[in-house]
Every structure is written in C-alpha cells, then in structure tokens.
Design a protein around this ligand. Structure first.
Ligand code: PRP
Ligand code: HPA
Length: 174
C-alpha cells in the first residue's frame, strides 16, 4: 500500500496543523475544564499529540466505535466501548482522525448528548472533501483531504500504517 501511495500532507504540514488546532481549542475550551474523549482507534495519534499542546486542566478518556474495520467502505457502527468517565454536565471534546461521511462522529455526539453532556465539540485531523452533505460539521479541523482513500497519522490502510507521520493517499487506480 505504501508503495502505491503519494504523500499529500508532509510531516511538517501535519505538525503545523496540530499546533493551529491546539491554539483554537485553547481559545474555546481553556476555561471549561473539558473532558477530552479520544475515538479509538484512529484518533489515538492526533489526540495524543494534541493533548501535549493543551496547557490547561482537562480530563481524558476514550471511547471505541468503528464502522470500517480493515475495509475502505463504511458499514454499520459497532460500539466496542463507551467512555468510562461520567459525561453528565461536562463540556466534552471528541477527537478523531477523519471525518469522512460523518456517520461515526454524528452518532458519537448524539450519544454523548443523550448521556447528558452540557456541550459536545468535535475535532478531526482530516476532513475529507467528498461533496457529501455530512450529518456533522467538525468544530476544529486540522487539514482537508481529497476524496481518496488516505492513511497515516492514525488512519489505517487495511489495519496498517497508522504510525506514519504524514498523510498519504492511495494512488488513483492503484
Ligand atoms: O465519517 P465516517 O465515514 O463515519 O468515517 C470516519 C471514521 O472511520 C474511521 O474509523 P474506523 O471505523 O475505520 O475505525 P478505526 O478508528 O479503528 O480505524 C475513523 O477513525 C473515523 O472514526
Ligand atoms: O480515507 C480513509 N482512510 C482511513 N480510514 C478511513 N476511515 C474513513 N475514511 C478513511
């Protein structure tokens, strides 16, 4: 997969975007003592790097929802784990790697509001420009990506390459 890909955002661009998103989140949430929730598995790299840049008090936990598995087409959401930390009355920031069709984050947000969160904000590293009318607009976005299968910086290609520091896209026709 790596050999059949091209870098669309290099590691330096990725790091600059994480810095920018962290500053935007700080401006919006620094005085809210938020609960930050990582959407496992893809959110782990962005969320981990973001956390080290957030210099204000916050709580951290994770949830696990998946609908792609190793596939490139999304299916039904499978909830593997709800957040353990209570969300009632909290300002919650949900962090994920990519907003593609928007189905995952829309469902996560709805469920957190149902659990009594005071507000739910969402941060995604990549927002895919796929022309769809997504059910959710992310509050914080790192970078946009074209309507192609992308991987790296948390996003997997068939389960592999989440560890790449740049964003790659599968070559057209590969
Ligand atoms: O906007 P959507 O079309 O719903 O797609 C985005 C979701 O898809 C990926 O998760 P995936 O189901 O692949 O699980 P993973 O995080 O374990 O890779 C990604 O991490 C997002 O959570
Ligand atoms: O383009 C993608 N790449 C990796 N994981 C994904 N999950 C949704 N869309 C994508």
């Amino acid at each position: 997969m790596l050999a059949d890909s091209e870098v669309i955002h290099d590691a330096q661009t990725v790091q600059a975007a994480v810095d920018r998103v962290a500053a935007d989140i700080r401006a919006r949430l620094a005085d809210k003592y938020p609960l930050v929730l990582c959407v496992m598995t893809g959110g782990v790299v962005f969320c981990g790097q973001l956390l080290t840049r957030l210099d204000f008090p916050l709580d951290f936990d994770y949830l696990h929802a998946t609908r792609y598995g190793p596939e490139t087409q999304g299916g039904k959401i499978s909830w593997r784990s709800a957040p353990w930390a209570p969300v009632k009355g909290r300002s919650v920031l949900v962090v994920d790697d990519i907003l593609d069709e928007g189905v995952t984050l829309a469902a996560v947000k709805e469920s957190l509001l149902r659990l009594g969160a005071a507000e739910v904000l969402t941060a995604v590293f990549a927002d895919k420009l796929n022309g769809r009318n997504k059910p959710l607009v992310a509050d914080f976005v790192g970078l946009t990506v074209p309507d192609r299968f992308v991987f790296g910086f948390g996003m997997d290609a068939g389960g592999t390459w989440r560890n790449l520091p740049a964003i790659h896209a599968k070559k057209e026709g590969a």
